[in-house]
Design a protein around this ligand. Structure first.
Ligand SMILES: [Zn+2]
Length: 230
C-alpha cells in the first residue's frame, strides 16, 4: 500500500510492504504530518525499515535527521546528493519558469544537516527492506535524484516531473531543474519501465503514459512546452 503524506510544499510517501519504508521526509516543518500518518496507519516508528530520499533538497530531506532519531531507521541517498544533506543546503536550484522564481525563496531554506547511512551510486534493490521494487537513478533535477520503481508498476519519481495543481492525472515540468538534458534522459528511462502510475514530489499522481508527452519523437531532448503555469 502506498500512502501520500502531504507536506507544506511537497509529498512524502509511506510504503507499507512487509516492512514500512518512508520515501522523503518533507520540509523542516512537516514532522507532525509524517508522525500523524504513522499513527493513522498504525505504523510503529521503530519498525521503519528505511528512510529513502529521492534527492537532497530541503523539502524532501528536511525532517530526515529528526526522523532518524525517532525511528532509528537508516537514511539512504544517492552519492550525487550526499553533499547537500551533509551541508543542510539545497546548493544550486536552477529555476525553469516564472513560478519557480516566485517559489524559490520558500523552497530554498536550510535544514538540519546529517551524515547519510547508505550512500549508493547505482540502483539498489528494495527486497531487503520488505518491498518488491528497486531504486533507479534519475538525475537531472539534481545530480543524485532517484526514483522508486515498484514491481506493481507504480513509481515515486521525486521532482523529475510534477503533478498539476489544477488538473488531475496531468504531469508538468518541475519548477526547478539543474540539468534539463539529463532530466530528459531520466524521463526516457522511466518511460521505458512501462509504468502504470507516477507519484511525484509535488501535487497529485498521473498515469505513466503522461511521460510520453515529454519525449521528442526520436526519444531525444525536447520538452513539450506547457502554457499552464500552476
Ligand atoms: Zn527538489
Amino acid at each position: 500500500m502506498l500512502i501520500r503524506i502531504k507536506g507544506a510544499i511537497s509529498n512524502c510517501y509511506l510504503l507499507l510492504g512487509e516492512k514500512p519504508v518512508l520515501v522523503d521526509t518533507g520540509a523542516p516543518g512537516d514532522l507532525r504530518a509524517i508522525l500523524a500518518a504513522f499513527q493513522a496507519h498504525k505504523v510503529n516508528p521503530k519498525s521503519l525499515a528505511l528512510i529513502l530520499l529521492t534527492h537532497g533538497h530541503s523539502d524532501h530531506a528536511g525532517c530526515a535527521a529528526e526522523l532518524k532519531r525517532r525511528t532509528g531507521a537508516q537514511i539512504a541517498i544517492h552519492a550525487g546528493d550526499a553533499p547537500l544533506v551533509r551541508a543542510g543546503r539545497n546548493g544550486v536550484l536552477a529555476v525553469q519558469d516564472t513560478l519557480g522564481r516566485i517559489l524559490r525563496p520558500f523552497v530554498d531554506e536550510e535544514f538540519e544537516a546529517f551524515e547519510p547511512d547508505l550512500v549508493f551510486e547505482e540502483g539498489i534493490a528494495l527486497e531487503p527492506y520488505g518491498l518488491r521494487g528497486r531504486v533507479l537513478p534519475t538525475p537531472g533535477h539534481t545530480a543524485g535524484s532517484v526514483s522508486v520503481v515498484l514491481a506493481n508498476g507504480e513509481a515515486l519519481i521525486g521532482d523529475v516531473l510534477r503533478g498539476s495543481l489544477v488538473w488531475p492525472n496531468k504531469a508538468r515540468e518541475h519548477y526547478f531543474c539543474n540539468d534539463p538534458g539529463r532530466n530528459q534522459r531520466s524521463i526516457v528511462r522511466l518511460a521505458r519501465e512501462g509504468l502504470l502510475r507516477c507519484h511525484p514530489g509535488t501535487f497529485g499522481s498521473f498515469p505513466g503514459t503522461e511521460l510520453g508527452r515529454f519525449l521528442s519523437t526520436d526519444g531525444g531532448g525536447v520538452f513539450e512546452l506547457s502554457s499552464e503555469t500552476v
